[in-house]
Design a binder for this molecule. Structure first.
Ligand SMILES: CC(C)(COP(=O)(O)OP(=O)(O)OC[C@H]1O[C@@H](n2cnc3c(N)ncnc32)[C@H](O)[C@@H]1OP(=O)(O)O)[C@@H](O)C(=O)NCCC(=O)NCCS
Length: 173
């Protein structure tokens, strides 16, 4: 895999000004296993406004992944409503920049955020369509364990897919 040595990503809370960048990444990506419908830049702005409210309410912490000044993707931590000590992690990266290890860096940074700023979260988990090898590889490299296969758990377009669930306990028992 071709890696660019020395390029480190950062993560920061999402901003309304990210709307165009996300629109371009999401509409240009044609991501096979990642159902995203972004109708317009205005719709993306509405999503980002909701995002900011959710951050303040502690309902989700969504970050932009940055390479220098360039917006290259997103990573989010979403605690469960009923068991807020469990949180799901999700991510995507600009298709042009796949294969450079940027998502793995972002997962590690998001985990650091949880450890330092959201210590009530005990467990992180990720779910992906079983054929989404890249996504599974990212969390495996970040130390998550494959815990099971969920039948028909994820719907992409009109089709239901089996999903793998990966988990990592980051708090103490
Ligand atoms: C999943 C995603 C975020 C991975 O991001 P990335 O930064 O490109 O990750 P990498 O390219 O570093 O790949 C991680 C690992 O998967 C491997 N990989 C990638 N595609 C693969 C494939 N088709 N088959 C086998 N391995 C693959 C890479 O080789 C790498 O492993 P390595 O470091 O041991 O070489 C990216 O593919 C993406 O944005 N996909 C669309 C959105 C999505 O599916 N999000 C996840 C929803 S659960």
């Amino acid at each position: 895999m071709n890696r660019s040595i020395g390029e480190m990503v950062t993560i920061r809370p999402q901003m309304i000004k990210d709307a165009r960048g996300f629109y371009d990444i999401l509409t240009g990506g044609a991501f096979q296993f990642f159902p995203v419908n972004v109708a317009s830049i205005e719709a993306e702005k509405r999503f980002l406004r909701k995002d900011i409210r959710q951050w303040r309410a502690g309902e989700a912490w969504n970050f932009s992944i940055m390479l220098g000044d360039r917006l290259i993707g997103a990573i989010g931590i979403m605690p469960e409503d009923s068991r807020p000590y469990n949180a799901e992690i999700g991510y995507f990266i600009d298709r042009e920049l796949h294969g450079k290890g940027y998502t793995l860096q972002a997962v590690r940074l998001a985990e650091q955020f949880v450890l330092t700023c959201q210590p009530q979260i005990h467990r992180l988990y990720a779910c992906m369509v079983v054929d989404n090898v890249a996504s599974a590889r990212v969390v495996e490299k970040a130390g998550f364990l494959r815990e099971g296969r969920l039948s028909g758990y994820l719907k992409v377009g009109k089709t239901f897919h089996d999903a793998f669930v990966y988990g990592k306990v980051i708090g103490s028992y």
